[in-house]
Design a protein around this ligand. Structure first.
Ligand code: PEP
Ligand code: MG
Length: 910
């Protein structure tokens, strides 16, 4: 055996850190891939320099310096200072100017630049290096007014950011001067005015700090660099990091860069541009600029920016000249550079530029923010242009963002008055008059009114009202509560679990945050954020466009998971097919029982005193169920349809309250008191763990027999008409192998009985079980002996595995999620380390007994991108989700496959 040689002392990791990275004149120490060290801005400045794009020279103090600064008790280490001075000397040589030189002064900007974009969170200082001597030198290079205007800007920014003098102290001096000189705009002030203001600003600084404003440019520089590092810890930055989950330890880089001026005269300008239209995604160079202005003027909005070209003209800008017309040479150069940047980055870029005396300089480039519609169009176009692959195009779209394309959303510019916030249970937006009952929702909607159904919580009794309403708001319930699940299935916007609402049905009002709203008042819901607003808020309805269809086709080619839908009605089934569903993964038969013309027969069945009475009631339901199933089979022709036998506790179907009980008793010709006693008898302490699911099939086998018969008869009828069908019968809430064995025998028997009545028609449903109870997951190897497929009911599996009530968790779960105890709401994204383990045990156990066992998921997690990735990892065959989520699931499944392929390739390479 050879002994390992000792490593040389100066291994790669021990190399002294560079800390300061220069860029300029076509050379750079950094590059685009070094965002962790240089921050986004610094890395891109280096990259642009390497691409031979004109960038004012400068240098970046890395994020490691930020860490060293914090560790060093808020002092910049001496070694770093030496490196900064060396880098500065290089910039001086490149610019032909010297820092602090009264004849030809070099001025610099000092800006923060974190790894992740943190807009407006950290601070910028421009024109650093100006003092009472260099301002004269600047005046000689340009003109006096410009020089003093620049000086006062520097004093105010430095005063604000470094000396922490309230900004309005400076602003109020400018306002006083304008008043005194009878001027309206800053641009109307003269050199003498600015000179006076400069003096006054210096007095403010002296008064505030007790020291004269620093005249030494080096002192200015260290002060500014330290202020940027300090700003990483300010409240705004901390809050932003918390909201966007940016680690505190990242720190920020600081970019020091030679100033170029867009405000030196009429051959100067400053502006921003996007390489493609950020709202539509069209391949149009799009941007705005201001002549004779500095960057902050564009942001300040005092002057109206001009469009850079005709394509960028908006309504009302027809008369404004464009950059293309005013400075054609610089414009042409700008177009050329932007194309180059887009090619290099293979992404739409958002750039900042300045034109100084006709010469174009690029100050920043970064990936441009865009609407979802634009994101889809840009990704598809770039793939067609050969800039990126189709896989990359598919990976670039956030599946969650597709909700924006599939539902109306609130106009981002519209005013809103927030009254409460709940859980974002079903996406989209809705406005309407408040109604507190499902019947009223239905009645008013029939009369053409738009209503929002507000309930403490919803139950299956409310389905008709939920359907009629524009949106649903509940005070109780989590992300898989009845309201949330049903609303998502219907594509209705829903805010659930809004605990701060106080709903008073009797008074017909709701209260929140000191506001009282009454039945008939208009409210607006944002199902994407959970916000509830008073009054009507304007909405936008996005268009899907051809690019969306194309992207989806590419996604379908990449993904390996099938995408099914949870649909209970033929209408849902048809809609889901349009969204691209490849089957039904869950048809909850109980939802059909609530139709007004059926509920009486259902109640009769439940209240039956003996088997023969129950069978008579079931016989009334049989043709109705058969009709539904036949229509669903036709709608899903050729695709698998999983029908689940009755699941909820029976008392859910019974009347509540004396009035309703009396009404039902009358309709059934029964005694009201006896009926009330039966309702009481059926009540349970823990209905979710009570007489529900397959337990109903054990106690009342005739119910399941009727359902299987209805499925089989429908299947035979449709198959005989020549339609290809694939029925699948699923048993809910299975907990024990013998329970499954017994029920499977019952199902098989009934199938055989119907098959015998339809000679010549071959229909062979497969029979499977839900895995939605921890015990089922743990004994999956046994269950697989009697199941042709598994479907994970992760709503109940989470409820029971995590001991979290689906209907009550909304009250306390936010404390866990927002408090950082749980990374996500486990009803939204599968809790991989807990419930996920049960799923893994379940799949593996099932497939050990029955290799190749078909496995899917039909809990709400089937539409959640993160959970879909997890299911792909566990080797599931399909996911099933509500119709509106089908496109989201198609995309997420493709991304899971593409990411999986990339990991596998990575493993192979290694
Ligand atoms: C589940 O529990 O995940 C499921 C799909 O069943 P339901 O939501 O109807 O209880
Ligand atoms: Mg369930």
């Amino acid at each position: 055996m050879r002994s390992a040689k000792p490593r040389p002392a100066k291994a790669a990791g021990a190399r002294p850190r560079r800390m300061v990275y220069g860029f300029g004149a076509g050379r750079a120490d950094g590059r685009a891939g070094m965002k962790d060290l240089l921050g986004g801005k610094g890395a891109n400045l280096a990259e642009m320099t390497l691409l031979q794009v004109p960038v004012p020279p400068g240098f970046t103090l890395s994020t490691e310096v930020c860490a060293a600064y914090q560790k060093n008790g808020g002092r910049i280490p001496d070694g770093v200072k030496r490196k900064v001075l060396a880098a500065l000397a290089k910039v001086e040589r490149q610019m032909g100017r010297r820092f602090g030189d009264p004849e030809a002064p070099l001025l610099v900007s000092v800006r923060s630049g974190a790894r992740a974009s943190m807009p407006g969170m950290l601070d910028t200082i421009l024109n650093l290096g100006l003092n009472d001597a260099t301002v004269a030198g600047l005046a000689r290079c340009a003109d006096e007014r410009f020089a003093y205007d620049s000086y006062r800007r520097f004093l105010a920014m430095y005063g604000d950011v470094v000396l922490e003098i309230p900004h309005d102290r400076f602003e109020s001096r400018i306002e006083a001067c304008k008043l005194d000189r009878n001027r309206k705009l800053d641009v109307e002030l003269s050199a003498a005015d600015w000179r006076r203001i400069v003096r006054e600003f210096q007095e403010i600084a002296l008064e505030h700090t007790g020291r004269p404003f620093p005249q030494d440019p080096s002192e200015q520089l260290w002060g500014a660099v330290a202020a940027v590092f300090r700003s990483w810890e300010n409240d705004r930055a901390r809050r932003y990091r918390k909201i966007h989950a940016i680690p505190d330890g990242w720190g920020t880089a600081v970019n020091v860069q030679a100033m170029v001026f867009g405000n030196m005269g009429d051959d100067c300008a400053t502006g921003v541009a996007f390489t493609r239209d950020p709202s539509t995604g069209d391949k149009l160079f799009y941007g705005e600029y201001l002549k004779n202005a500095q960057g902050e003027d564009v942001v300040a909005g005092i002057r109206t920016p001009q469009p850079i070209n005709r394509a960028s003209r908006r309504a009302g800008q027809e008369q404004l000249p464009t950059l293309e017309e005013e400075m054609p040479r610089a414009y042409k150069e700008l177009v050329r550079i932007c194309q180059k940047l887009e090619r290099a980055y293979r992404e739409m870029q958002d750039i900042e530029f300045t034109i100084e005396s006709g010469k174009l300089w690029m100050l920043q480039t970064r990936t441009g923010k865009r609407t979802t519609q634009a994101a889809v169009k840009i990704a598809v176009d770039m793939a067609k242009e050969g800039l990126i692959t189709r896989e990359e195009a598919v990976l670039r779209i956030d599946p969650h963002a597709l909700d924006q394309l599939l539902h109306p959303t609130l106009d981002p510019d519209a005013e809103r008055k927030l009254v409460a916030k709940g859980l974002p249970a079903s996406p989209g937006a809705a406005s309407g008059r408040i109604v507190f009952s499902a019947d009223e929702a239905e009645a008013r909607a029939k009369g053409g009114e738009k209503v929002v159904l507000v309930r403490i919580e919803t139950s299956p009794d409310d389905i008709h009202g939920m359907h009629a309403a524009q949106g649903i708001l509940t005070a109780r319930g989590g992300m898989t509560s009845h309201a949330a699940v049903v609303a998502r299935g219907m594509g209705r916007c829903c805010v659930a679990g809004c605990g701060e609402l106080r709903i008073d049905y009797a008074a017909g009002e709701l209260r929140a945050r000191g506001v009282t709203l009454r039945a008939g008042d208009v409210i607006t819901l944002d199902g994407g954020t959970g916000e509830v607003m008073q009054g009507e808020v304007a909405m936008v309805t996005p268009k899907l466009g051809a690019a969306f269809g194309e992207l989806m086709r590419w996604a379908d080619k990449i993904r390996t998971l099938s995408i099914r839908t949870n649909a209970d009605t033929p209408a849902d089934a048809r809609m889901a097919r349009e969204f691209g569903a490849e089957g039904i993964g869950l048809c909850r038969t109980e939802h059909m029982f609530f139709e007004p013309n059926r509920i009486l027969a259902v109640r009769e069945m439940i209240l039956a005193a003996d088997v023969s009475t129950r069978e008579r009631a079931l016989a009334k339901l049989l043709p109705m169920q058969r009709g539904d199933f036949a229509e669903i089979f036709r709608a899903m022709a050729g695709l698998p349809v999983t029908i689940r036998l009755l699941d909820p506790p029976l008392h859910e179907f019974l009347p509540h309250g004396d009035e309703e009980i009396a009404e039902v008793a009358r309709a059934l010709g029964r005694d009201a008191a006896a009926l009330r006693a039966k309702v009481e008898e059926l009540k349970e302490f823990n209905p979710m763990l009570g007489h529900r699911g397959s337990r109903l099939g054990i106690t009342y086998p005739e119910i399941y027999r009727m359902q299987v018969r209805a499925i089989m008869e429908a299947a035979c009828e449709v198959a005989q008409a020549g339609v290809r069908i694939q029925p699948e019968i699923m048993l809910p809430l299975i907990t024990h192998v013998r329970e499954l064995e017994r029920l499977r025998a019952l199902v098989d028997q009934e199938i055989a009985a119907v098959a015998a009545e339809w000679p010549g028609v071959r229909v062979k449903p497969s029979i499977g079980t839900m895995i939605e109870v921890p015990r089922a997951a743990l004994t999956a190897d046994l269950l697989a002996l009697h199941a042709d497929f598994f479907s994970f009911g992760t709503n109940d599996l989470t409820q029971m595995g995590y001991a979290l009530s689906r209907d009550d968790a909304g009250k306390f779960l936010p404390d866990y999620v927002e408090g950082g105890i749980m990374p996500d709401d486990p009803f939204v994204s599968v809790d991989e380390e807990g419930i996920g383990r049960l799923m893994e045990i379940g799949v593996n156990g099932g497939r050990r007994t029955r290799p190749g066992l078909k496995v899917g998921i039909c809990g709400e997690h089937g539409g959640d991108p993160k959970s879909i990735r997890f299911c792909a990892k566990l080797g599931f065959d399909y996911v099933s989700c509500s119709p509106f989520r089908v496109p989201v699931a198609r995309l997420a499944a493709a991304q899971a496959a593409a990411a999986g392929a990339a990991t596998a390739q990575g493993r192979k390479r290694r």
